[in-house]
Design a protein around this ligand. Structure first.
Ligand code: 5GP
Length: 195
């Protein structure tokens, strides 16, 4: 997605050879116009899949996932990272190791929002080592729902998550695929951005 790649080049901050900060348009301050475009693009890429629910992980996946759900005309569910006091009903859980926080957390979704008739599109902001994606797959599998695909905003293609998720056989679509963050420079896997 050209506008996303341009925005990453303009406003992304390379924190290290492995971590990109995009808090000015995705992870803290959020650009609604860009989210709207992402929603339309994910919808276009998965529109023939008869999706019934969009599933993401709080909090940074919510903005792009919400616009995707709006375009597909289906509800959005966000998996919670912490146990909520109000989430005391039957829950589906998975353990997820966070690449950025270097800690394991339990993600959970209430059983009442996912069932065997659902066709779920998983959306997340970043794909690094694939642990968040695998955790969300596990939750959907535990609900006996089916997975229609996985949509990622920014894939760091030099880490192994992309391979791990594609090896599951599901359709994985990334809006921007970064091949390297070395020398404080963002390089993309496909065509370079022409600003
Ligand atoms: P994974 O589970 O694929 O290893 O990592 C994905 C999760 O870690 C994403 O949900 C995202 O929150 C976080 N993450 C991974 N790499 C980055 C990064 O380079 N920048 C930011 N901002 N978040 C990242």
């Amino acid at each position: 997605m050209h506008s996303l790649k341009t925005r990453i080049q303009q406003d992304g901050i390379v924190l290290s050879d492995e971590v990109l900060k995009v808090d000015s348009f995705l992870n803290h301050q959020v650009d609604p116009e860009l989210m709207k475009e992402m929603g339309e693009e994910f919808c276009r890429r998965f529109q023939d899949k008869k999706i019934t629910k969009v599933l993401t992980l709080e909090s940074s996946g919510i903005a792009p996932a919400l616009f995707t759900a709006l375009n597909l005309g289906v509800p959005l569910i966000f998996a919670r990272k912490r146990k909520s006091l109000t989430l005391n009903e039957d829950i589906l859980t998975a353990e997820v190791y966070s690449f950025t926080k270097q800690e394991t957390s339990t993600i959970s979704v209430s059983k009442k929002f996912l069932n065997q008739d659902d066709h779920v599109l998983i959306i997340d902001d970043f794909l690094a080592n694939g642990q968040a994606g695998l955790g969300l797959i596990e939750v959907v599998t535990k609900a006996k729902a089916s997975i229609s695909g996985i949509g990622i905003v920014i894939e760091k293609a030099f880490q192994n998550g992309g391979e791990l998720l594609r090896d599951t056989g599901y359709q994985v679509e990334s809006l921007a695929r970064i091949s390297s963050l070395e020398n404080s420079t963002v390089s993309f896997l496909e065509e370079e951005v022409t600003v």
